[in-house]
Design a protein. Structure first.
Length: 180
């Protein structure tokens, strides 16, 4: 449930399909639940899978993708440093994924007009993470499992479990944006 009087909104990824359209650019979010990492190379392979009529490595409907390539986990932690990468590199792939049900992208930086239009068209949201704070972000990740493309190393697709991951709504479902 979203209480807009609070400074931060606690949100679970399972609620994204329903609640993404209610978020507004500039709001602070503490996100919990499942997210998947995907970067350039993984996105390219996922597009190839879709072109062949294959299922992607994770369900897109209602999903959250974190544009990150985490480092290996140190002893006793679920993951190593896990900061965001520049989201614009995924822009050629993003409208198609949004049209297939993706509801949330997490990254840093501006997005193309085509991505902003696809966010609006699909009632999705783009959440911004703080660049340069990968070690701090890792403290909000309780589990990490490689689920596809292990040969890509840190850029393999991983399933993450987030707990109160701090984010800011960068682009809302109406196209409102804090990114200039």
């Amino acid at each position: 449930m979203i209480d807009k009087t609070n400074a931060e909104i606690r949100l679970n990824t399972g609620e994204l399909a329903q609640l993404a359209p209610t978020l507004q650019a500039g709001q602070r979010v503490l996100l919990s639940g499942t997210a998947y990492t995907s970067r350039d190379a993984a996105h390219k392979r996922i597009m190839e899978m879709l072109d062949r009529g294959e299922e992607p490595p994770y369900p897109l409907e209602g999903a959250a993708i974190y544009y990150a390539g985490p480092t290996p986990a140190p002893e006793g932690l679920a993951i190593g440093s896990c900061g965001p990468t520049t989201s614009a590199r995924m822009d050629p792939y993003t409208p198609r994924l949004l049209d297939l049900g993706l509801k949330c992208m997490i990254g840093k930086g501006k997005r193309s007009p085509a991505v902003v239009e696809a966010i609006r068209r699909n009632g999705a949201v783009y959440l911004c993470a703080i660049g340069g704070a990968g070690a701090l972000a890792a403290q909000c990740i309780t589990a990490c499992e490689v689920i596809a493309f292990p040969d890509l190393g840190c850029e393999s697709v991983k399933r993450l479990e987030l707990q109160d991951f701090p984010l800011i709504v960068g682009i809302d479902s109406q196209g409102g944006s804090i990114l200039v």
